[in-house]
Design a protein around this ligand. Structure first.
Ligand code: NG6
Ligand code: CA
Length: 529
């Protein structure tokens, strides 16, 4: 049939109207706490079953050079949500549980950017970026909270499982609070009647004893950091926390299936205290630390199943990554050091160091992306990826303009999710703002500049880390060399044992210049050269 030009135009217009606008992808960010590169089966763990994350990797792309921005939680999460390196700002180190919110309402954030594009934006789990303005009153609606920086829904713990207040906060209100039993929090003094958890008699009664710190408030048989009074009906239960968070995540997906959504699922696994549901006990030979990884994998399984159930799996980009590298003893006697040693488990895989460390184990973490039909399935990619880019990448994939995240620190690495290239360099940092920079082959760490501490002091100061730094010989070498510049060939020496700075002066100069260029854009305080 021949159509007159007018009729042809009309039928094209009709066809266009009938074609529904392509819905941008839902985005689910599965964020774990203190889970290392080597803790997942798909990254080589032999004694921790992680079938759900392994399936995600098999259906998507597994990155071998994916980084969080910092070796501790608060700065990594600050960077993840703002797209700005935390070392540029003062006050972005690990926060106490009563800290005020460090992401100021009105600044560009990942959730605000997606909300502007019509996304429902939810955060469930660990927050640790402070709450409230000048001060926080836990007995009133709390503002600012995540809902003031772009999240349309929030169900969070204020800080960490080992810090008070040990309650959940939903959309700015403490869940289950009895107004007749108001909450008071102090990071300075105990309240009258608080038990002395440093006494042997009180320690003997604990569900899990502490090894350092964690001897202030007693909640659910476990010592915490900081003291707290009241709020008895609102106290969380460590054993059911994982289930509560997974329930809330699934409910958010179900409630928002009609429009594009972004879910930031910030699991508490496997941060201390590693007190989880008894059904996980003994699932690994590693004790609570390994069992907690299994608990996280189960939560991932539930969220993936919910996406399937709602018919959303196809058009959802799921990304898994972690806030910092692994740690064994992080303040509780949960047998992590002994059990890991006995089982020969390497939580940081082939790397040295872990949480708190500028070595690879500190910030090189698992990074998996699945977006059916877009991310190549079953691929392993060595593209350099950093969480600093996720605000730009997600904004781009949601159909927006990522420009505001590209001005300072972000790079549009969205092509890497579909088989393309990643970053040219990646910067990592530690709590003390030691920085490092790596490219495809080399990693440069400027000297920390301080005189080397005596071996015993170094070992003591890095107590939680020692087991991940290697042999005494490794420790001694790190202590000797860390005052000066260090350069490692990550391809030949992933464990960073052989400092080749002296033989490669031009590589050192090039990477130092790149790092200096970034620092020149603004730093909170002078950083080590
Ligand atoms: C440390 C805690 C550690 C953990 C960490 C924060 C002590 C002795 N150590 O100060 O247990 O809470 O802070 O971890 O209290 S993070 O993953 O949130 O960065
Ligand atoms: Ca962490």
């Amino acid at each position: 049939m021949r159509l007159t030009p007018l009729l042809a135009l009309f039928s094209v217009a009709l066809a266009c109207a009938a074609e529904p606008a392509k819905r941008p992808p839902n985005i689910v960010l599965l964020y774990s706490d203190d889970i290392g590169w080597g803790d997942l089966g798909c990254y080589g763990a032999k004694v921790i079953p992680t079938p759900n994350l392994d399936r995600l990797a098999a259906q998507g792309t597994r990155f071998t050079a994916g980084y969080c921005t910092s070796a501790t939680c608060t700065p990594s999460r600050y960077s993840l949500l703002t797209g700005e390196y935390a070392w540029r700002r003062q006050g972005t180190g690990v926060l106490p549980g009563d800290a005020n919110m460090i992401i100021k309402p009105g600044r560009p954030t990942l959730p605000a950017s997606l909300a502007k594009l019509g996304y429902a934006t939810g955060v469930v789990g660990k927050w640790h970026l402070g709450l409230g303005g000048e001060s926080v009153d836990w007995n009133k609606p709390i503002s600012p909270c995540p809902n003031q920086i772009g999240f349309s829904y929030s169900y969070i713990m204020a800080a960490t499982g080992d810090r008070v207040p040990t309650v959940f906060v939903e959309d700015g209100t403490v869940v289950g609070l009895d107004p007749k039993d108001p909450i008071e929090v102090s990071y300075k003094n105990p309240f009258p009647g608080d038990p002395d958890l440093t006494s042997a008699a009180e320690r003997a009664k604990l569900k899990m004893d502490w090894s350092h710190g964690h001897n202030m408030a007693l909640v659910n048989g476990v010592g915490r950091i900081g003291w707290m009074k009241g709020g008895k009906a609102a106290l969380w239960n460590d054993e059911t926390m994982g289930d509560v968070f997974a329930d809330k995540a699934c409910a958010f997906i179900a409630a928002n299936k009609a429009k594009p959504f972004f879910l930031y699922y910030a699991s508490h696994e496997n941060h201390v205290p590693r007190v989880h549901n008894p059904r996980y006990a003994g699932r690994t030979p590693l004790g609570p630390r390994g069992d907690a990884v299994v608990a996280f994998d189960d939560q991932v399984g539930r969220i993936l199943a919910e996406l399937e159930k709602q018919g959303l799996a196809e058009n959802t980009l799921v990304i898994y990554t972690s806030d910092n590298g692994p740690v064994l003893d992080d303040g509780y006697k949960d047998q992590a050091v002994e059990r890991n040693k006995a089982a020969g488990h390497l939580p940081a895989g082939p790397f040295r160091g872990g949480k708190y460390s500028i070595l690879e184990g500190g910030t090189r973490v698992g990074f998996i992306a699945r977006w059916p039909g877009r991310t190549p399935a079953g691929q392993v990619s060595d593209a350099l990826m950093s969480q600093i880019d996720l605000p730009a990448v997600f904004t781009k994939l949601a159909g927006g303009d990522p420009a505001e995240f590209l001005k300072l620190d972000g790079v549009d690495t969205s092509a890497a999710l579909t088989g393309g290239a990643g970053r040219e360099t990646v910067i990592s940092s530690t709590q003390g703002n030691t920085l490092s920079i790596r490219d495809a082959r080399w990693k440069f760490i400027p000297g920390v500049g301080a005189p080397a501490k005596a071996k015993n002091t170094a070992a003591k100061a890095t107590g939680p880390l020692v087991a991940l730094l290697g042999s005494d010989e490794d420790l001694e070498r790190d202590r000797r060399e860390q005052t000066g510049p260090r350069l490692f060939d990550l391809l030949a020496d992933p464990a960073e044992r052989k400092n080749v700075a002296a033989e490669n002066a031009e590589v050192v100069a090039r990477l130092r210049a790149k790092l200096d260029e970034q620092k020149a854009k603004g730093v909170a305080q002078p950083l080590p050269r």
